[in-house]
Write a protein that binds this ligand. Sequence first.
Ligand SMILES: [Zn+2]
Length: 250
Amino acid sequence: MDCELTHELINAYADRELGLIRSMEIEGHLRDCPACSERYAGLQALRGAIGVLYHKPPIHLQKRVTKAVRNASRGEKKSDLISWRMIGIAVSAVVIVILSWGVVRLVSRPAESELLAREVVASHVRSLMANHLADVPSSDQHTVKPWFNGKIDFSPPVEDLASEGFALVGGRLDYLDNRPVAALVYQRRQHYINFFAWPSEADDVKKELSQQGYNVIHWARAGMSYWIVSDLNKSELRGFVELLQSRTWR
Ligand SMILES: [Zn+2]
């Protein structure tokens, strides 16, 4: 076995497609030839990396693709024109199936919102640790709301909820999701609540998460994304969100 033949067969060898004798010959060559063995190691590493990125499509997807291709080849017998048209249709069907599968995977992927939730919690913790809750410490919504003018390109909802037991502490600028965001701070008993708002293209969603012992509530609406984070218990935090929503969109 020489280098040239090894190069030719290395993929088949990696796929375990070679017979026993050929495989043993290649193994012998890989033992003796540093260049080929390095090449083989590189190939294995690449395959490993691709294996991580590549998710096998689900069975139903495979079936739909097979069916589309089969339909196309059936049309082929009638005439060249039809067959090319059928193949075109089949190819677009396949592309659509693959795309929609990709979109579904993208949407169902939890990573993005989980990452953002982590960012939100980290920002909340930082604001408490650094004792930097507010750039504009004020319980007056008419002081806090205009403070954001000219600092960010949107106007965050600022509500006075003191009579409901959520005192406005103030507002500050923060940085989340790769952009400046508005942070409003409320207090209930000993618990601080950070309320983040920024424009986003997120769909209408509402979700609750727990991260490192903090309760997080997220919702998106009318082109804005909102995140609430606190060590306050879930039911009171939910109450806060409901109050906020009823005031902001009454
Ligand atoms: Zn070699």
